[in-house]
Design a protein around this ligand. Structure first.
Ligand SMILES: *Cc1c(COP(=O)(O)O)cnc(C)c1O
Length: 352
């Protein structure tokens, strides 16, 4: 920190992203990226890009992308807000709906950025413990006095919560936005988008980073009432009007036009996940039930830290969180069939 750092910023503990190592090639199973390339349509758009167009600012409304998202999710175009990754959409939610000192509620085990944003924007983080089995008890969110954020499916557990439970939480908190972060919903979960017709306090956030293989381009979006979307735009036009760059925009549009490709690839990942999970269970690991492109896994005796560092030595990167309740686990992103074979081979050797 410099001698000029503000008090507010000095008090923040920033988010630690998963490693993106450069010193050697790892089998990279640590940041939940899609293991297959983006759709051929996206590759074509990128490969044939006319660089002279980059002279101009992009469309600040990302209109074509918003239109395609609206069509796919059967909402009005005015119900879509597009951000520079869903992380930006989440950050804008704090700016739009939470004043300094306001409480914000989210599970104790969830996406690590929620408490970071709470600190950065001066909100009061109120973690709500998940049950012993890491599922949500909807009653824990009865009549809260602030914004609620729930990742569904949750990360890093991979566990999915039923839309019925989400609906009860929406009903019980009509005075506050309930944000459902659906970063992984395309793999197997059940989206809450259908509830938008009934609940004006619902905000669904999704991303192109996980199920559309575009983590490197940074595109995420919110779907909510027109009024809530106006609030997001109010933040954006007070912060960075051109938040979506021209290349990401074009690639995002192309990705929307090849839904079949992504659906098939997601199904393939789910099959690999189930095969991997079964193999690990046979080897005595505990594997939490996942609805995502990753699994959360605990060895019978080895600590999470040990599993993580042994795999790292063998060239396989997974994620370990040195955090209460989950220190014994590692999170393993589902890679290609070959990558998972490598992982299992490595782990089998330990058994012997
Ligand atoms: C990866 C992830 C995000 C962030 O996605 P970006 O769109 O890449 O910013 C948000 N929420 C959860 C739960 C995630 O796992």
């Amino acid at each position: 920190m410099s001698k000029f750092t503000s008090k507010g910023l000095s008090a923040v503990t920033p988010y630690t992203p998963g490693e993106q190592p450069k010193e050697r090639t790892y089998i990279k199973l640590n940041t939940n990226e899609f293991c297959y390339p983006p759709s051929p349509k996206v590759q074509e758009v990128i490969n044939t890009l006319d660089a002279s167009r980059l002279r101009l600012y992009p469309d600040p409304e990302s209109s074509m992308l918003a239109k395609l998202l609206a069509e796919q999710y059967q909402v009005e175009q005015e119900q879509i807000f597009i951000g520079n990754g869903s992380d930006e959409v989440l950050a804008f939610s704090f700016m739009a709906f939470i004043d300094r000192g306001d409480p914000v509620y989210f599970p104790d085990i969830t996406y690590g950025f929620y408490p970071v944003y709470a600190e950065l924007f001066g909100a009061r983080a109120c973690p709500v413990p998940l049950k012993e089995d890491f599922t949500i008890d909807g009653r824990d969110y009865d009549h809260k006095d602030g914004v609620i954020i729930i990742a569904n499916p949750n990360a890093p557990t991979g566990i999915h919560c039923s839309v019925g439970v989400i609906e009860k939480i929406l009903q019980s908190n009509p005075r506050y936005p309930v944000i459902i972060d659906e970063a992984y919903v395309d793999f197997e979960g059940e989206s809450s988008i259908g509830l938008l017709k009934k609940y004006d306090n619902l905000i669904v956030i999704q991303t192109f980073s996980k199920s559309r293989a575009l983590a490197g381009l940074r595109v995420g979006y919110a779907i909510a009432s027109r009024e809530i979307i106006e609030d997001f735009k109010r933040v954006k036009y007070s912060f960075n009007s051109y938040n979506i760059n021209a290349v990401s925009y074009l690639a995002g549009v192309a990705a929307m036009q090849d839904r079949g490709y992504y659906m098939q690839a997601c199904q393939r990942i789910v099959r690999t996940r189930e095969n991997t999970a079964n193999a690990l269970r046979d080897m005595g690991y505990q594997v939490l039930p996942s609805s995502t492109n990753f699994i959360f896994v605990r060895h019978a005796v080895l600590s999470g830290e040990t599993v993580y560092s042994r795999l790292r030595k063998q060239g396989i990167l997974v994620r370990h969180f040195a955090q209460a309740r989950i220190g014994d686990f590692v999170r393993i992103t589902i890679g290609t069939e070959e990558e998972m074979e490598q992982l299992l081979k490595e782990l089998r050797e330990w058994v012997e």
